[in-house]
Ligand binder design. Sequence first.
Ligand SMILES: [Zn+2]
Length: 311
Amino acid sequence: MGELIEVAPGTAAWQELRVDADRSVEVYVVRGREPGPTAAVTAGIHGDEYEGVAAVGDLTNSLQSAEVRGTLILVPVANPTAFLAGTRTNPEDGANLARSFPGNPDGTPTERLAAKLFALVGSADTLIDLHSGGVEYRFLPVAGFYGAASEGNPSSEAARHFGMATRWQLPPTPGVLSYELHRRGACAIGCEYLGAGQLSAAGRADYRNGILRTLAHRGHLPPTPTTVASGRTYTGDWLLAEADGLFHPRFDIGDTVMAGTEVATITTLRNGIVQRLLSEAEGTVLALRSKAGIRRGNWGVLVGTPLEESA
Ligand SMILES: [Zn+2]
């Protein structure tokens, strides 16, 4: 990590993270005068998710090195080729960057991008990875963490300080940047905010404020007098489509459903309803497919079941 950073202590500047001869990622680095821990904030790992890109972009215009302890690495658009194409995956090879970490410097274009990003942020002490539903999905705004929902777990505490009303115990998923840092001992969180290809103004502001609060909580910025909302914490993972067809949600994100509730159906022209997506437990609809066309294996419905906070 250290050898990739070109910005001097006590200064803040853009630098280019070169991936290949013709590809690079724009990175903004803010360094305090004194050595200290490193935090990274990444957005745009999927090219069709915009709240994080806008919020991190705002911070590149406002964070001052004099107020920062340690090193902050801000990556507003981690996947520039996908961002330019407006696609979730990388058009160079169709791969999902969010399943490609820690990457391979001799691999496919996406694996090489992952390897270079991981060389920059893979040993950070703190990571905030910002996503949203992209074109195809919509998420209730959530701050996601790994491990137990408890005060003794740094990831859970960082998600709590991010300040959103809903938290999600993230499923451990190899190749996801936040999970790969978590399993190397870093304090990592991953957030989601609406989607459907839109840029939510509230999301931009909530993400910007959440980053600042979490960085203050982690000691990178002076403490701010904020109250941490108690909020609600959920666990759960996506129900997948078992057929190609049309997706019909029966509920909206944020709605409460019972165990066995039909949250959505998938239909085909000849056979009518070919799949009913039923909630496995009582809970809250955390996310839904937004695009009506659905393919077998796509995410359909994510119902979160409430999780008790422990000390
Ligand atoms: Zn994403």
